[in-house]
Design a protein around this ligand. Structure first.
Ligand code: PA5
Length: 433
């Protein structure tokens, strides 16, 4: 059973063979093989921990009106993307109205930047509401996350006292290493494990994603089922699977000088998916002076900013569009006595019809403009589909990076800027003493 349809426009034949890379990935013989635990994760995960996640999500929803999630990179992009996709970008504002007892919890992601204003805003949004904190860090020492955790832990301890604050802190980290793990043990926080063999950007289906997504009221069993079914689909041995085909197509594009992949969607609630994809592919493939540069656009709004560039700019781009087949929450275009905007022909039609025509019309125009395209169609926006989508792209990314000839699971380049920041901070702090 597959939830994802894939179509290629302007890519006539795919000559790149993804099979060797797929074998390296599945036989775990390539560089970074020790981080391929995500391949079997949808069918081989800790069921007891899964039940504990459900129980804690329930507890958070009972005890708190706000959940603050501290994490960065792979420790937040997946859950934020999932919650926006499933609940909508304005879910927090709707929850804050307090009219729906099932969706009162607001979830704010922090610890992903150093902007004091953003942290202050979250403190303001909490106000006098009850809140809990989920700190997520595999290494347990990431600076953005650690600073935010200090601030929100202090806020909790000042408000509830250390003991009750500790009951409200949920830590998602390594099984047995890192500063966060040590502090978690010392304070007795409820702890969830990021398996050693699953790297940050492949971790959305671990507690990293599952706890915040469940706390948001989404069905994480369906999410895992979607991923498990996609896994069975991709691992069938007959022919080339869709994810590998997609991987081969993007590597072929790269070899033909199409060095920029534009991830596009037609729903602002999918902007987070773009961010997750950018990290997944960017950190996995941008190595050894190579790599497709991933960018994201949300349409139709970005047609009014990036449309010109896509249509007529340098032809070094290809597009990967995720289109949703069935829109729920549709809305009808209203009728007026006077046809003041020449839109009478659309009266009584659903807005989703306009969106569908926009997807087809824009893709055709871009194709005419010389932009090869990969169209990924998903049936609807639900947990099952999202689980299958996450797994599809993780698998495609592993195959694509191995086809390119790099280790998909390390990120040696991110250490350089971290070192610089630490030196500058030490210097600045010493000057102030
Ligand atoms: O994909 C990765 O491994 C990174 O993006 C990490 O997720 C990110 O740097 C956060 O790391 P940590 O979870 O150790 O705080």
């Amino acid at each position: 059973m597959s939830t994802i349809e894939i179509m290629f426009n302007g890519i006539d034949s795919i000559d790149v063979d993804p099979k060797p890379a797929e074998e390296i990935l599945l036989e775990r013989t390539g560089p970074g093989a020790e981080f391929t635990g995500w391949v079997d994760l949808p069918v081989d995960y800790d069921k007891k921990e899964f039940d504990r996640i459900l129980a804690c999500a329930d507890k958070i929803r009972r005890e708190s009106q706000v959940l603050v999630v501290c994490g960065v990179g792979g420790s937040y992009l997946g859950p934020e993307a999932a919650i926006d996709f499933l609940k909508g970008k304005f879910a927090n504002l709707i929850a804050a109205r307090g009219e729906d007892p099932d969706s009162e919890l607001q979830i704010y992601f922090t610890g992903n930047n150093y902007a004091p204003g953003r942290i202050k805003e979250i403190i303001q949004l909490i106000g006098n509401r009850d809140f809990s904190v989920n700190v997520i860090s595999k290494s347990g020492g990431t600076l953005e996350t650690a600073i935010a955790f200090r601030i929100f832990r202090k806020l909790l301890e000042d408000r509830y006292g250390t003991e009750e604050a500790s009951r409200r802190i949920y830590a998602t980290t390594s099984r047995d290493s890192g500063l966060l793990k040590a502090e978690t043990d010392r304070m007795g926080y409820e702890t969830f494990v990021i398996p050693d063999d699953v790297g940050g950007r492949y971790s959305v289906l671990t507690a990293v994603g599952l706890l915040p997504i469940a706390a948001a009221g989404c069905d994480i069993s369906q999410l895992m089922q979607g991923a498990a079914d996609m896994r069975s689909d991709l691992l069938r041995s007959d022919g080339i699977n869709k994810a590998s085909l997609y991987a081969a197509a993007r590597q072929q594009m790269y070899r033909q000088g199409k060095k920029i992949e534009i991830f596009g969607n037609y729903d602002p609630d999918m902007a987070g998916i773009n961010e997750w994809l950018k990290q997944l592919f960017g950190e996995s493939e941008g190595k050894d002076g190579m790599g497709i540069f991933p960018v994201g656009v949300s349409l139709s709004n970005d047609l009014h900013s990036m449309g010109q560039m896509i249509q007529e700019g340098e032809r070094s781009i290809f597009e990967t569009v995720i289109a949703v087949e069935e829109q729920d929450d549709d809305i009808i275009i209203p009728a007026f006595d006077k046809d003041f905007d020449n839109l009478r022909y659309l009266e009584g039609q659903p807005v989703s019809l306009v969106n569908k025509c926009a997807v087809d019309g824009v893709m055709d125009a871009h194709l005419d403009g010389g932009v090869p395209q990969i169209r990924i169609t998903i049936p609807k926006k639900d947990e099952y589909t999202l689980g299958s989508l996450f797994y599809f792209f993780e698998f495609a990314c592993g195959v694509s990076a191995y086809t390119q000839g790099v280790n998909p699971f390390n990120q040696p380049g991110v250490e350089a800027y971290k070192k610089n920041i630490k030196v500058l901070l030490n210097n600045a702090a010493n000057k102030m003493i």
